[in-house]
Design a protein around this ligand. Structure first.
Ligand SMILES: Cc1ncc(COP(=O)(O)O)c(C=O)c1O
Length: 402
């Protein structure tokens, strides 16, 4: 017979985390969303301009393809690198849009764009390796570099350069330890877009050094003026570029969790091994719907882009009428990044006050790094009606308080 020893008092065991956990950052958008939800539970009305996801439903042809795939039994494990047909479709799409030949074995399908950031760095970065990344920029870059013991080297994106980067500054940051440079265009949080000349200049500064470029192009289809340009297209850079793109923003599929990386096939093998070790594979029926997303009717992409543009125009014009705010016209993505220095408030305090006192949820520029001080980020992925409501509330609040 087994006897159980019952203890009088439960021991409180210390949580012994790995040392590296102390270096893992986060994405503030999710925290602000929680705060906003808590205020809503207290009966407050909040306009949500904090979270970066399209407010549109996923187009019907894509949903139908997923439902159909489920009914046809696409409910099993698939290959870790992605379904061959989807990898082929992505290869064709990237070949067409970036003007280089991309084969299926250079594509890895993963659950969202984020895992490409994570896996690329896991595969490449050793302690002390330097990674140059945009600041203000998507916070996950800095978080991952530091988590892995790499050295995070920020390159400042300056408002007076329309939030593009200064190639001379980039040149001055490159050292013998530089292993990876992250570029992001269209950019989160500034909406900045790198033009053809910018991309050529960045490539010129890197020259023929053995430095890889993680080119985060998750907003590649959300450009309002001009065309999208990728360093993948520059001669001599295909083997040194890891392109990140996906379905979340283009097709309003944030909750589906599907994205991809395009990279040299030997690196793709290692990224695939990381997939085998972590997720096994991206959901099979989701991938079948991904083929429809890429090959099916694209009119919904154009419609959503047109709507984001109307909202951007209205919101930027409205912000520029508010005391203490001045805002450039972002050329891509669905973010607006006004300068609030004339309010003389720190960004975090101002974002907090707008949430608590004006009922508008937005993010402090510092959620995107130290160089985001002096700015706020608003997502225009909300209805025109709600955007106008937010503008009225901010205007009234500034008239009362500033
Ligand atoms: C610049 C950038 N890269 C990557 C991602 C991640 O996208 P996903 O939701 O597909 O993981 C985001 C999402 O906000 C982003 O803004």
């Amino acid at each position: 017979m087994t006897t159980f020893v019952t203890m009088e008092k439960a021991i409180q065991h210390e949580l012994r985390l790995s040392e590296r956990m102390s270096r893992l950052g986060t994405e503030t958008a999710f925290e602000v969303l929680n705060q906003a939800r808590a205020l809503e539970r207290q009966g407050k009305n909040i306009v949500h301009l904090e979270i970066g996801e399209p407010d549109f439903d996923t187009p019907k042809n894509i949903i139908d393809a997923a439902v159909n795939a489920l009914q046809k039994g696409w409910t099993h494990y698939g290959p870790s690198a992605g379904l061959p047909d989807l990898r082929q479709a992505i290869g064709e799409e990237v070949s067409r849009s970036r003007g280089v030949t991309v084969n299926a074995d250079e594509v890895v399908v993963v659950p969202g764009g984020k895992p490409i950031i994570f896996f690329t760095m896991l595969a490449l970065i050793d302690r002390g390796d330097e990674v140059i990344y945009p600041n203000p920029g998507f916070p996950i870059y800095e978080s991952m570099i530091e988590y892995l013991g790499g050295k995070a080297i920020p390159i400042r994106l300056r408002e007076e350069r329309d939030f593009g980067l200064d190639v001379n500054e980039l040149a001055s940051l490159i050292t013998d330890r530089t292993k990876l440079i992250i570029v992001n265009s269209p950019q989160n949080p500034t909406g900045g877009v790198l033009g053809e000349a910018d991309i050529r200049d960045i490539a010129g500064v890197i020259g023929d050094r053995n430095i890889l470029v993680l080119s985060d192009e998750i907003y590649s289809r959300l450009i309002f003026e001009g065309k999208h340009h990728s360093i993948l297209s520059v001669a001599g850079f295909k083997d040194r570029t890891i392109l990140l793109d996906g379905f979340s923003k283009t097709y309003a599929m944030t909750g589906w969790r599907m994205g991809y990386g395009v990279m040299r096939s030997d690196l793709a093998t290692y990224i695939t091994r990381l997939m085998t070790n972590s997720n096994s594979c991206t959901a099979s029926f989701t991938q079948v719907a991904g083929i429809e997303a890429l090959r099916g009717d694209q009119s919904s992409v154009d419609r959503m882009r047109g709507e984001f543009q109307r909202r951007r125009d209205a919101f930027v014009a409205g912000l520029n009428r508010i005391k203490g705010f001045s805002c450039r016209m972002p050329k891509g993505a669905f973010y607006v990044f006004p300068n609030i220095m004339e309010t003389r408030w720190k960004s975090k305090k101002l974002a907090g006050a707008l949430l608590e006192e004006a009922g508008v949820a937005c993010l402090s520029g510092t959620a995107f790094g130290d160089y985001g001080e002096g700015y706020l980020r608003f997502s225009v992925a909300n209805s025109l009606e709600n955007l106008h409501k937010a503008l009225d509330r901010i205007d009234q609040w500034t008239k009362r308080i500033l």
